[in-house]
Structure formats: structure tokens, C-alpha cells
Design a protein around this ligand. Structure first.
Ligand code: HDD
Length: 735
């Protein structure tokens, strides 16, 4: 068939997609002003753009000033509606590549089965609740949406960093979002669930409990978009060449592991650097620290649909990995920042219904509702059904159909024939048989009476919340309780707080009691389920209740699954004039070899002189940075340098705060005095003039005579642990 695509699609080739296919396609749309004259939108060169055309230099503007009118009009129309949820996000380009063809028996989606194909992707990470200008580090779910530009068309995996959802049926989505967004009367609070309306809703919706536990956990405050896992959440369907279907859940696993901030740090970052996660992603890609995620699947045979004690179609449930292990199938590398935020990150339009042969949906009522909502919301954002023609949304496979006019139509369809069937156009474009790559919906048998109802098999709202709580380590439990103290502590209505603790008592008495004591309510002894709202906790259907279950699942704990690496970690080196140059060079080199990035932090910008006369330039002054912007800190030895630091409130605070946030800290010789001044307490320090290196709860100290290599390697070991929660005991953390 003749290739009569618009010029913008010329680079597309349906039969061969490679890592650069999307980039080549985007090249046709890029503008480069180098050595060019400025022009109007009509391509007319402009001689002067500082003043408008007037009747006399002090007179009124003239209507005929086409340049002013065009420039002003364009500016006036530069904004589009932000996404109604997930408004704030950051995007990156990259590729996906399967490890092997092990998925070929399960799916005919080629991009998942051909290890020789690198499929271009665009990923957008986001927060859910805040508006476009809100802070990155708020407690929230993070969106993790991936568009795969495959040779079979665009496939979108629109997931989150939490594997379950708040509600079971899409009909509750508007209520959920209304309740969690700022209040309608005063538009407060921004980007936060900590207000009465959300918890009112939550306390009347027992199905939310499992999600609440995840949200209150450290997953709600990720350290980086690069250091969190992603989940497709729903049970989807794989379909193979023979037409056999299987249930599938998708998981992204970060190669850097899943790590969090601490709450105090998250709140401070929201003020000091509201772009923290966005900047982290951007800078990592610019520096060549390409984020890598592994795609894993859990596959369930159709005949095993009712083997579990929960319903696979219920999006408030996980399949514990002890029951169905993950199968790793490929890697995604994000290696290129967008050229233009608006054109790419803002205009990218995801839709869970963007499916390709080999992947299909199930009857999960949440997923079914999403299949309607996403296109609808794009039309609100773009004011046109032609949003698919925006460069970032175009597939790299060919597009031929009779979709025609509408706002901002770009494609120029030739000829008279814009209907099917036709003979005047030789019956083109033609219908494709399945063996030529046509999408054929999975032929699941469905029958039933029209009912506005929910399956009884969705009625267990507590078991998996309990499972989650039971699977946490003690520090993780503490963080959940503290998060509940904050979130519910902001709730004015005691009745709502009481209702929530009522639910928590059904999750775990231990949890409920620990939350209750912080928010001034009692744990009910005879909690009445009916008082919570419209769902009764009646028996789930027998086949669901008798199914397989586990009492603990270690995979949901970030701590138990910690990946220890110092790669791409940020380390502050705190010094003033008079530091030990040799030690700094040695530690810096060791950090570099471990893949970490060190920055010199001093009172002022400029050159800092060592005790032996060498100079190092300061990267950040105290006023422009803070310990919250680093993963670890190191204070080199040096009499004068330490003397100066001891007199700087900012430096003492820097150390104290890093200690409080459980970060790795290292110092040697008289640097130990700074730790003591900063109330680094409950730690075993090395003697400052000994040969010893002591690493205690992430604080690494060394005597003057100690081996520098040993010192650096102990420090790196401490960094790899990410946080030292064993420091959190009250007595050890000065406030
Ligand atoms: Fe949604 C955006 C993820 C349930 C309706 N959703 C959106 C984005 C992500 C998710 C990551 C941002 C995409 C981007 O970066 O542009 N949503 C989820 C997940 C869900 C979920 C993992 C549950 C498993 N969503 C959900 C429901 C509905 C929606 C039940 C409505 C029935 N979501 C939308 C939306 C958004 C959206 C209103 C807003 C912007 C957009 O679609 O493009 O249609």
C-alpha cells in the first residue's frame, strides 16, 4: 500500500520500531532559532518587537499592528485546563526492552516478547491531588504512567506507585476526588488529604482501608521518582497467539530500590524546593544517571480465578507474591529529558484503553469506568478530539482511518472518500485480519441481569489492610502511626476521627490504639460496623472466602526489600577554610567510585583554602541549601575548618537535622566536636586521635590516625542503607 501519510508521519514505519523511532518523529516538529530571524506566525520577519505601533510615540495603539495583536492573543491563550487529577507531573523519554522471549507463550504483544526491539516510551510521574504549581513532596499517591510507542500502536500502562486503589467502583471516583481536593468554599488545603472532607468520606467507605494504610506508609513520600515502584493496579488480561487468555498484574521495580523521605523533611522540602522530585529526575537524566525500572508480571490462569480469598477484579486487593511470584520480563531506561514541558509533558494524553493485541482488560468495575473517563477528560483539556495528533501522542505506527474534521485537525486526508464501506477508494483503508495485527477483543463470555450492585466477593475490606500492617517492620509501623497522627490530627471533627479509629480497630487493635492516643479518641470496644455507612461486612461468597491467603507478605515492606546502593546519592561536604585536603580528595574519590555525587557546602560561595593551601570551590552556600537536599553528609577534619563550623548556627543545624532525618553522617578527628555540638547523641564515637573507625547507627567517626580507605568505605556502607531508623528512638533525636 502506498504510503500517503502526512509529512509528520513520514518517519513512521509500522514494521520496524527502534529506540529512536519516536525521537525521529518528534524531530519534524522541533524548532531551532539558532541563526534565524524572528518572524510572525505567518513567517514574516520582524524588525522590532519592543514597542507597539502607535499614532505618535505617546499616542494610542493602532489596530493594524498585526504583530502586537498576534503576540498578545497568543499569550492570552497560552494555558489549557490542568488535569482534574494528577495535574502536577514530570516526564521523561526512554525505551523498554524485554530480557528474552519468555512472554511469548502468554501474550502476542511483540514489544514484550522480542528482546531485539527497544520500544520508545514516554513516562509521566505525578502527584494526584495538588494543582500544577503545588509542591512535589506532599503525602500523596504518585502516578506512574507509561506510553509505549510500539509497532502495533500505542499501549498505555497508566499506573500508580501504590498497588491498590481507594475505591472499587468508578462511580465513586468523583466523590473521592471531591473529598480529597481542597474544600469547595475556601479552596484549602492545597495538595493534602489532611482535612475533614477526605476523612469524612474515608470513614464512610470501609473499602478504602487497605489504600489508607499504603498512603500513610512511607510510600506516600518517595525520596525520588527514580526510587519508587510502579503498579498497573488492576488485573488485566494477556492473550497469546492461540487466543488463550490469562489474568495479569503489572509491576515496575526500581533498580535503585524503593526509598522514602521522612515527614519532617518532606514538609520542609515543600517550602525550600517545591520542585524537588522534578529536579531530581531532570538532573539525574542530565548527569547520565538514567533511571531504570524492571517490568514484572504476575500471571494467573483463568481456571484459578477463584482460588484466592479475594476477588481478582477488586482493585483494593493485591495478589500476595507468596501466592503468585513476580516474573521479570524486561527493563525500561529513561535517558532523555523532554525538549519542551508544555508540548510533551503537559500535552501527553494517557488512556488505559490504549491497548494493543495481546493485552486486554477485565471486568474490574474501576477499570471499566476508567475506560470512559480518560478520553473524555482529554477532550476537556484539548477542546478537541484531535489530541491524538499532537506530536507526543502520535503513534510511530501508521494511522489510516476516516476520522476527519474537528478543532486543530492536522492530517490532510486526500480524496473524496471518508466513509466505509467504499468502492470509490478501492475499499481503503482496508480491514485487517487478526493475523495482520488487528486488535480483536478477548471473547470472554458475559451474561447477567442489569443491576446497580457490587459483587459480594468485594466485601472484605479489612483482611488485606491487616496483612499490610502485619507485614511492616517496626520503624515502618511507627511512620504509619505518626502519619495518621498528622492526617487525622488535622481533622476538626472528633466524630470523624473516632469513626476512622473504629475502622483501624478492625485492621489491628495495636494500630488503632497507637493512632487513638495521638488524636484524642478512644478505641471502641464494641465497634458497630453499620455506623460506618452503607456497606455491611456480610459474608463474601464461599469460593472467595475459602481461597488461598497468607498472614504476612514480606514484599510490601520497603525495609525488607531494600536495595542497598549509593548510586546517584547526594552527599554534602561541610567545610570552611583549613580543612584536610587529602582526606577530602580521598573521600570524594571513593564516593565517585560508588556512583554518589558530592557537593561542597560552606557559609559563602567562593574558593575554600585547605590547611595545606589547596583550593576547592564551594558548590552551595548555607543560604541556598540545607541538609534536607542531601542523602548524607561528611565533615572533613581540619582544626580551623571545624572551629569555624562550630561557630556557624547553620552548620550545626545542618548536622542536627541530618541526624534527625536518620541520614549517614561521617567525620574524623576534631570533626567529632561538631557532632557533639549538634546533639548527635546516643552514638558511640571513635576517639579523635585513635586509629579506629566506628560506624554506629549510620554515624561514621574516625580518629586522626585511622585508615582513610576504611573510613570512606564505612561511610559508603552507611549511605547504602539510605536511612538509619534505629536512631529514631525518642531519646536520641533532638528536636
Ligand atoms: Fe486516573 C489521570 C492513574 C483511577 C480518571 N490516572 C491519571 C494519571 C494516572 C492515573 C497516573 C495521570 C496520567 C498522566 O500523567 O497524564 N487512575 C490511575 C490509577 C487508577 C486510577 C492507577 C486506579 C487504579 N482515574 C481512575 C478512575 C478514574 C480516573 C477510577 C475515573 C473513572 N485519571 C482519571 C482522569 C485523568 C486521570 C480524570 C485526569 C487526567 C487524565 O486522566 O488524563 O481521566
Amino acid at each position: 500500500m502506498e504510503n500517503n501519510d502526512s509529512p509528520n508521519q513520514r518517519s513512521s514505519n509500522s514494521s520496524s520500531v527502534d529506540e529512536s523511532s519516536k525521537n525521529r518523529q518528534l524531530e519534524d516538529f522541533r524548532e531551532n532559532p539558532q541563526d534565524q530571524y524572528m518572524t510572525t506566525d505567518q513567517g514574516v520577519r520582524i524588525s522590532h518587537t519592543d514597542d507597539s505601533l502607535k499614532a505618535g510615540s505617546r499616542g494610542p495603539l493602532l489596530m493594524e499592528d498585526f504583530h502586537f495583536r498576534e503576540k498578545m492573543t497568543h499569550f492570552d491563550h497560552e494555558s489549557i485546563p490542568e488535569r482534574v487529577v494528577h495535574a502536577r507531573g514530570s516526564g521523561a523519554h526512554g525505551y523498554f526492552q524485554p530480557y528474552d522471549n519468555s512472554m511469548a507463550d502468554f501474550t502476542k504483544a511483540k514489544f514484550l516478547t522480542d528482546p531485539n526491539t527497544k520500544t520508545p516510551v514516554f513516562v509521566r510521574f505525578s502527584t494526584v491531588v495538588g494543582s500544577r504549581g503545588s509542591a512535589d513532596t506532599v503525602r500523596d499517591v504518585r502516578g506512574f504512567a507509561t506510553k509505549f510507542y510500539t509497532e502495533q500502536g500505542n499501549y498505555d500502562l497508566v499506573g500508580n506507585n501504590i498497588p491498590v486503589f481507594f475505591i472499587q467502583d468508578a462511580n465513586k471516583f468523583a466523590d473521592l476526588v471531591h473529598s480529597i481536593k481542597p474544600d469547595p468554599d475556601n479552596e484549602m488545603p492545597q495538595a493534602s488529604a489532611a482535612h475533614d472532607t477526605f476523612w469524612d468520606f474515608a470513614s464512610l467507605m470501609p473499602e478504602i482501608n487497605h489504600m489508607i494504610l499504603w498512603l500513610l506508609s512511607d510510600r506516600g513520600i518517595p525520596r525520588s521518582f527514580r526510587m519508587m515502584d510502579g503498579f498497573g493496579v488492576h488485573t488485566f488480561r494477556f492473550v497469546n497467539e492461540a487466543g488463550k487468555g490469562r489474568f495479569v498484574k503489572f509491576h515496575w521495580r526500581s533498580k535503585l530500590g524503593s526509598h522514602s523521605l521522612v515527614w519532617d523533611e518532606a514538609q520542609k522540602l515543600a517550602g525550600k524546593d517545591p520542585d524537588w522530585l522534578r529536579r531530581d529526575l531532570w538532573e539525574a537524566i542530565e548527569m547520565g544517571d538514567y533511571p531504570e525500572f524492571e517490568l514484572n508480571v504476575q500471571i494467573v490462569e483463568e481456571e484459578d480465578e477463584f482460588k484466592f480469598n479475594f476477588d481478582l477484579l477488586d482493585a483494593t486487593k493485591i495478589i500476595p507474591e507468596e501466592l503468585v511470584p513476580l516474573r521479570p520480563i524486561g527493563k525500561m531506561i529513561l535517558n532523555r529529558n523532554p525538549d519542551n514541558f508544555f508540548a510533551e509533558t503537559e500535552q501527553v494524553a494517557f488512556h488505559p484503553g490504549n491497548l494493543i493485541p495481546g493485552i486486554d482488560v477485565t471486568n474490574d468495575p474501576l477499570l471499566q469506568g476508567r475506560l470512559f473517563s480518560y478520553i473524555d477528560t482529554q477532550i476537556n483539556r484539548f477542546n478537541s478530539a484531535n489530541f491524538g495528533e499532537v506530536p507526543i501522542n502520535r503513534p510511530v505506527s501508521l494511522v489510516h482511518n476516516h476520522q476527519g474534521a474537528g478543532f486543530m485537525r492536522q492530517t490532510i486526508n486526500k480524496g473524496k472518500v471518508n466513509y466505509w464501506p467504499n468502492s470509490l477508494g478501492n475499499g481503503c483503508p482496508m480491514m485487517a485480519p487478526e493475523n495482520k495485527g488487528a486488535y480483536v477483543h478477548y471473547m470472554e463470555k458475559v451474561e447477567g441481569q442489569k443491576v446497580r450492585a457490587r459483587s459480594e466477593s468485594f466485601n472484605d475490606h479489612y483482611s488485606q489492610a491487616t496483612l499490610f500492617w502485619n507485614s511492616m517492620t517496626e520503624p515502618e509501623k511507627k511512620h504509619i502511626v505518626k502519619a495518621a497522627h498528622f492526617e487525622l490530627g488535622k481533622v476538626m471533627s472528633k466524630e470523624i476521627r473516632q469513626r476512622m479509629v473504629g475502622h483501624f480497630s478492625k485492621v489491628s487493635m495495636d494500630f488503632a490504639q497507637r493512632v487513638a492516643e495521638g488524636i484524642g479518641v478512644e478505641v471502641p470496644k464494641d465497634f458497630d460496623q453499620k455506623s460506618t455507612g452503607h456497606y455491611e461486612d456480610n459474608d463474601a461468597s464461599r469460593k472467595i472466602k475459602d481461597g488461598k491467603s497468607v498472614k504476612e507478605t514480606s514484599f510490601v515492606s520497603m525495609e525488607k526489600n531494600k536495595i542497598e546502593t549509593a548510586k546517584s546519592r547526594k552527599v554534602a561536604i561541610l567545610l570552611e577554610d583549613g580543612y584536610d585536603y587529602c582526606e577530602v580528595v580521598q573521600v570524594k574519590q571513593a564516593l565517585k567510585e560508588a556512583g554518589a555525587h558530592a557537593k561542597i557546602v560552606s557559609k559563602f560561595h567562593g574558593m575554600r583554602k585547605s590547611s595545606t593551601g589547596e583550593e576547592i570551590e564551594t558548590d552551595k552556600s548555607h543560604i541556598t541549601t540545607g541538609s534536607i537536599m542531601y542523602d548524607a553528609i561528611y565533615i572533613p577534619e581540619g582544626e580551623k575548618s571545624i572551629e569555624a563550623l562550630l561557630k556557624e548556627g547553620d552548620a550545626v543545624h545542618f548536622v542536627n537535622e541530618a541526624f534527625k532525618h536518620c541520614k549517614a553522617i561521617a567525620t574524623s578527628g576534631n570533626g567529632i566536636a561538631l557532632l557533639q555540638k549538634a546533639e548527635v547523641i546516643g552514638i558511640d564515637f571513635a576517639d579523635k586521635s585513635s586509629e579506629k573507625v566506628i560506624s554506629d547507627k549510620g554515624v561514621v567517626t574516625a580518629g586522626k590516625e585511622a585508615d582513610a580507605d576504611e573510613f570512606a568505605s564505612q561511610f559508603i556502607e552507611a549511605i547504602k542503607k539510605h536511612r538509619h531508623w534505629n536512631r529514631e528512638e525518642k531519646s536520641m533525636v533532638p528536636s
